[in-house]
Design a binder for this molecule. Structure first.
Ligand code: NI
Length: 158
């Protein structure tokens, strides 16, 4: 496994629409493993392929609840709760920038696993927030476009 470089928001790659994953091969598995290592190292909750320069529709998420890294390939949100949550948000591609967003409290999504098998799952709270944030990356959308109120970075320091 290897740590991959996380692109900054200034990189045009992060503003493009990604193409579907079509090959579920060793190269894909290596990418997923590298992204997992990169995410842990960066202490992030989620990472989308375009953030490491790959314009394909896949994301990984780890909400640190003990269930491990979730892999969502060609993911689609199929249901959003009417109930919303106002949450603090940041992005590994936007260091030092924080803001509040309004996200659905729960979402239901479908995705493929690393072997190409489709599955459906429900996410809530931080996981739902991460699914929305990461899937936006696949369409070239950064969380900054969704911020309703920016947070002074000084306030985010421990
Ligand atoms: Ni992000």
């Amino acid at each position: 496994m290897a740590i991959r470089k996380i692109l900054n928001k200034r990189d045009e790659t992060l503003h493009k629409v990604c193409k579907p994953v079509v090959k579920f091969d060793a190269k894909l598995h290596m990418l997923l493993d590298d992204m997992a290592e990169t995410l842990v190292k960066a202490e992030g909750v989620g990472l989308a392929a375009p953030q490491v320069g790959v314009l394909r529709r896949l994301v990984i998420i780890d909400v640190y609840d003990g269930s491990g890294v979730k892999e969502l390939i060609n993911p689609e949100i199929i249901w959003r709760s009417d109930e919303t949550q106002k949450v603090q948000e940041g992005c590994l591609s936007c260091p030092g920038e924080w803001g509040y967003t309004i996200r659905p409290k729960k979402v239901r999504f479908k995705a493929q696993d690393r072997n190409g098998n489709w599955y459906e799952s429900e996410a809530e709270d931080l996981f739902a927030q991460a699914v929305c944030h990461e899937l936006d990356h696949l369409d070239g959308i950064l969380f900054l476009e969704k911020v309703v109120e920016f947070i002074d970075p000084e306030q985010m320091q421990e």
